[in-house]
Design a protein around this ligand. Structure first.
Ligand SMILES: Nc1nc2c(c(=O)[nH]1)N[C@H]1C(S)=C(S)[C@@H](COP(=O)(O)OP(=O)(O)OC[C@H]3O[C@@H](n4cnc5c(=O)[nH]c(N)nc54)[C@H](O)[C@@H]3O)O[C@H]1N2
Ligand SMILES: Nc1nc2c(c(=O)[nH]1)N[C@H]1C(S)=C(S)[C@@H](COP(=O)(O)OP(=O)(O)OC[C@H]3O[C@@H](n4cnc5c(=O)[nH]c(N)nc54)[C@H](O)[C@@H]3O)O[C@H]1N2
Ligand code: SF4
Ligand SMILES: [Mo]
Length: 683
C-alpha cells in the first residue's frame, strides 16, 4: 500500500487570542513565522495536536437512557432533540429554550449560532462565555472611544515603545510568545501577585485585589500634580476631563497608598515613567476587568491613557488583551444577548431591518435582548426561566462563578444538550452530547487580539461519527422547519453571508474574503470593501463618537462587592497557569500538561499559612460564603499577606469557582471572579 504524505497546512493555534501561527503535518504541530508569535509557541500550542487523536475524544452522539449516557445514531439523536425543543416551545413559548456559546467558536459558528437562536428557535435567550471574559473592557472601550476593538493597533507596534503599563495581565503565562514584543526598558506591571510577568518589570505595583480604581486615580493625580498632563491633546481630542479630575483630585497618592498598599513614591514613579516616554502604551486584561465595577476600573485606566495623550497617537495607545481564540470575533456576530451581526444593537430598528433582510425574515419576528450569561444560567429551570439549554463551546460547570449553584440550575432543566469533542464536566451532566469536529478538521475564520481576521484551513479528516457545529445547527434547524439553504454547512458559504450581514456595521467584514485570507493579506477590521486594505491602526484622526472625541469617565473607587471581614478575613483571587487552558476540559487530557500541573493549588504568604497551621504541600480548605475548595498549599513569600490565589482550571472539589462571587458589573454584566472574601483552614 502506498503511504500518502500528510498534507502540510498553515494554520493557527486552537487556544488563545494570540492565535500563533503554526504548521500542521497531519496532527504534527510546528511553529511558523507570524507577526504575533514570530516563530514561537507555548507548551499548550506545541502539544495541541495530541487532542486530535486523544482516546477520550467523543465519536458518537450520546443520549441519557435510564440515567446513563449511551451511544445513539445521529438521526435519532437530532430527531429527539428537535422534538423536545419544539415541544417545549409549543407549551411554554420560544424563550423556554436557551443557547450558550463561546469565544472559542469561529466567526462562522458564532454567526450561525446567533441566527439559529433568533430564527430557528425564535428565542431571545442566547449569551456566551465572553461575558466572563472581556466584556468590561468592551463596555469601557465603547464608552470612551465609541467602538470596541481590543487592540486598535498591531502587537508588533509595542516593540518600539519606551514604556508599557500592563494592568491585571500575566502574558508570561497566558500568552508567552507575546512577551517578546515587550522590549521596552520601562515595563510597569500592576498585579497583586509577583507573577512571571511582574518578574520582568522595571516597576511592579502590587495593589490589594479590587482596588485598581483607586490606584489609577492616584497615578492620574500624580500625572496632573507633577505637570505631565497633555493639555493640547485633552483640548483637541477629548471631553469630560474636568468631571474626571474633580474625583481624582481627592485621591492624592498618600491616600491611595492607604487603600491599595502601593507606595505613593511608586505611583509617582509610574506616572513619570509613562509621561517621559516618547512612545507609551497602557494594556489591560482580566485582572482589572473581572470585578463588579470592572467597566469603571478599565475606564479609570483609560482616563490615565487619555491624560497622557496615548490613544489614537501614532506609536502610542491603549489596548485590551482579548483572551479566547476568537474572543474578538465572538463578540461581534450575534451570539451576545443584546446584539446582531456587525456589532449591531438588537434593539436598534435599523440594525434589525438590515439583518432581517439578509436572513430573509420579517424584522418584527426577531426577538429582543435576552439575559446576560450569568443571569441566564441563574434563571435556568426557574418559573420564568428557560427549560432547555444548548451549549456550544463552554464548560460552565467549572468556569462559571458560584459554580455550585450553577450546577443546581443545570440539574433542574428539562433537557441539557452539549456539543463538544470531549466529555467536559458540563457534557457529563447533559441529557444529550453531540460530538463535534476540532479545529484542524474543519475550516473557519478567527479574529485575533489585534482585530485581524485569520483563516484556519482544514488539515486532516475528522474521525467517523463526528459532525461540525455548522452541520449540527443545520440538522436541528431543518428539523425545526427551517429551509435547508438558510443554515449552510460550508464555512465559506456562511462567511459570505456574514460579510453581507456585517456590512455597514461597526465591525464591518464585508471586504474580507477567503481568497484574500488565503493570500495572506493582513486584514484588520473594519474592511468595508474588497479593495479596502483593512484598518490595522484605529483612531489616528478621530474617535468613533459622533463628535470624534474620546470621553473621560467620571469614576470613583468603591472597592469589591464582598470585602474581607472577621469571618472571611482573606481575599481570594483567581486566574491562570501556563499549562492549562480555561476550564481545563482540553488541557487536563494532555499528559505533558497534566503532569506539569496535576491539581489545584493555593498560593499563600508563609505568615498567613503559619497562622492557619498550613505547611507547604498540605491540603487546605478554602471557604467562602458560596462553598469551599480543597487545594494544595504553596507558600509563596512574594504574596500579599491579605490575599490568596487559586487557578480555576480544575474540576470537582478542586473548582476555584465554588468560591467566587457572582456579583455583576452593572454595564457589562461581568462577574467578580477576581475578588471574594474567604477563610482558609486545614482540610
Ligand atoms: N495558560 C493560559 N493562557 C490563557 C488562558 C488560559 O486559561 N490559560 N486563557 C485565555 C483567556 S480566555 C484569557 S481571558 C486570558 C487571560 O489572561 P490574563 O488576564 O493575563 O490572566 P489571569 O490569570 O486571568 O489574570 C491576570 C492577572 O490578574 C491578577 N489580578 C487579580 N486580581 C487583580 C486585581 O484586582 N487587579 C489587578 N490589576 N490584577 C489582578 C492576577 O494575579 C493575574 O496574575 O488568557 C488567555 N490565555
Ligand atoms: N474563577 C475564575 N473563573 C473564570 C475566569 C477566571 O479568571 N477566574 N475566567 C473566565 C474567562 S476569561 C473565560 S474566557 C471562561 C472560559 O471558560 P469556558 O467557557 O468553560 O471555556 P473553555 O474551558 O475553553 O470551554 C470550552 C469547552 O468547549 C469545547 N470546545 C472548544 N472549541 C469548541 C468548538 O469549536 N465547538 C464546540 N462545540 N465546543 C468547543 C471545549 O472542549 C471545552 O469543553 O472562564 C471564566 N471563568
Ligand atoms: S500563546 Fe496562545 S495561541 Fe500561542 S501557542 Fe500558546 S495558547 Fe496557542
Ligand atoms: Mo477569557
Amino acid at each position: 500500500m502506498t503511504q500518502l504524505a500528510a498534507p502540510v497546512v498553515d494554520t493557527h493555534c486552537p487556544y488563545c487570542a494570540l492565535q500563533c501561527g503554526m504548521r500542521l503535518t497531519g496532527a504534527q504541530v510546528e511553529p511558523r513565522e507570524f507577526p504575533t508569535n514570530r516563530g514561537g509557541l507555548c507548551q499548550k500550542g506545541w502539544t495541541s495536536g495530541s487532542l486530535l487523536t486523544n482516546p477520550a475524544r467523543l465519536t458518537s452522539p450520546l443520549v441519557r437512557v435510564n440515567g446513563e449516557l449511551r451511544p445513539v445514531s445521529w438521526e435519532l439523536t437530532l430527531d429527539y432533540v428537535a422534538g423536545r425543543l419544539a415541544g417545549l416551545r409549543a407549551e411554554h413559548g420560544p424563550d423556554s429554550v436557551a443557547v450558550f456559546g463561546g469565544g472559542g467558536l469561529t466567526n462562522e459558528k458564532s454567526y450561525l449560532l446567533g441566527k439559529f437562536a433568533r430564527v430557528a428557535l425564535g428565542t431571545s435567550q442566547i449569551d456566551y462565555n465572553g461575558r466572563f471574559c472581556m466584556s468590561s473592557a468592551a463596555a469601557a472601550g465603547m464608552r470612551a472611544f465609541g467602538l470596541d476593538r481590543g487592540m486598535p493597533f498591531p502587537v508588533e507596534d509595542l516593540r518600539k515603545a519606551d514604556a508599557v503599563l500592563l494592568v491585571g495581565a500575566n502574558p508570561a503565562e497566558t500568552m508567552p510568545p507575546f512577551m517578546q514584543h515587550l522590549t521596552s526598558t520601562g515595563l510597569i506591571v500592576v498585579d497583586p501577585r509577583r507573577t512571571p510577568t511582574a518578574e520582568q518589570a522595571t516597576l511592579h505595583l502590587k495593589p490589594r485585589p479590587g482596588t485598581d480604581l483607586a490606584l489609577a486615580l492616584g497615578i492620574l493625580h500624580a500625572v496632573v500634580a507633577d505637570g505631565h498632563l497633555r493639555h493640547d491633546y485633552i483640548a483637541e481630542r477629548t471631553t469630560g476631563f474636568d468631571a474626571a479630575w474633580r474625583i481624582a483630585a481627592a485621591w492624592w497618592p498618600e491616600r491611595v497608598e492607604r487603600v491599595t498598599g502601593v507606595a505613593a513614591s511608586d505611583q509617582r514613579r509610574a506616572a513619570a515613567l509613562l509621561a517621559k516616554a516618547r512612545k507609551a502604551y497602557i494594556l489591560t486584561a482580566r485582572g482589572t476587568e473581572q470585578h463588579a465595577r470592572g467597566t469603571d476600573m478599565v475606564g479609570a485606566w483609560i482616563n490615565l491613557a487619555l491624560a497622557l495623550g496615548l490613544p489614537g497617537t501614532p506609536g502610542s495607545g491603549y489596548g485590551c488583551l482579548t483572551g479566547q481564540g476568537n474572543g474578538q470575533g465572538g463578540r461581534e456576530h450575534g451570539q451576545k444577548a443584546d446584539q446582531l451581526p456587525g456589532y449591531r444593537k438588537i434593539d436598534d430598528p435599523a440594525a434589525r431591518e438590515h439583518v432581517a433582510g439578509v436572513w430573509g425574515v420579517p424584522p418584527e419576528s426577531l426577538p429582543g435582548p435576552g439575559r446576560s450569561a450569568y443571569e441566564l444560567l441563574d434563571a435556568l429551570g426557574n418559573e420564568t426561566g428557560p427549560r432547555a439549554l444548548l451549549v456550544f463551546g463552554s464548560n460552565m460547570v467549572v468556569s462559571a462563578p458560584s459554580a455550585g449553584s450553577v450546577v443546581d440550575r443545570l440539574s433542574s432543566l428539562d433537557i441539557l444538550v452539549v456539543a463538544d469533542f470531549v466529555l467536559s464536566e458540563t457534557a457529563s451532566m447533559a441529557d444529550v452530547v453531540l460530538p463535534v469536529t476540532q479545529w484542524a478538521e474543519e475550516s473557519g475564520t478567527m479574529t485575533n487580539l489585534e482585530g485581524r481576521v485569520l483563516l484556519r484551513g482544514k488539515a486532516i479528516d475528522a474521525p467517523d461519527g463526528v459532525r461540525s457545529d455548522l452541520e449540527v445547527l443545520h440538522g436541528l434547524a431543518t428539523r425545526l422547519g427551517q429551509p435547508a439553504e438558510r443554515f449552510p454547512t460550508d464555512a465559506e458559504t456562511v462567511f459570505e453571508e456574514l460579510r453581507r450581514a456585517s456590512a455597514g456595521g461597526a465591525a464591518d467584514y464585508s471586504g474580507v474574503t477567503y481568497d484574500r485570507l488565503r493570500d495572506g493579506e493582513a486584514l484588520h477590521w473594519p474592511v468595508p470593501s474588497v479593495d479596502h486594505p483593512g484598518t490595522p491602526r484605529m483612531f489616528l484622526d478621530r474617535f468613533a463618537h459622533p463628535d470624534g472625541r474620546a470621553r473621560f469617565a467620571a469614576v470613583d473607587h468603591t472597592g469589591p462587592a464582598e470585602p474581607a471581614d472577621a469571618e472571611y478575613p482573606l481575599l481570594a483571587t483567581t486566574g491562570r497557569v501556563l499549562q492549562h487552558y480555561q476550564s481545563g476540559a482540553q488541557t487536563r487530557l494532555v499528559p505533558e500538561l497534566l503532569d506539569a500541573v496535576p491539581e489545584v493549588f493555593v498560593e499563600i504568604h508563609p505568615d498567613t499559612a503559619d497562622r492557619a497551621g498550613l505547611a507547604e504541600g498540605a491540603i487546605a480548605r478554602v471557604v467562602s460564603r458560596r462553598g469551599s475548595t480543597l487545594a494544595r498549599v504553596r507558600r509563596v513569600a512574594s504574596m500579599r499577606t491579605d490575599t490568596v490565589f487559586l487557578p480555576f482550571h480544575f474540576a470537582g472539589e478542586q473548582r476555584a469557582n465554588l468560591l467566587t462571587n457572582p456579583a455583576l458589573d452593572p454595564t457589562s454584566r461581568m462577574p467578580e471572579f477576581k475578588v471574594c472574601a474567604v477563610r482558609i483552614e486545614e482540610a
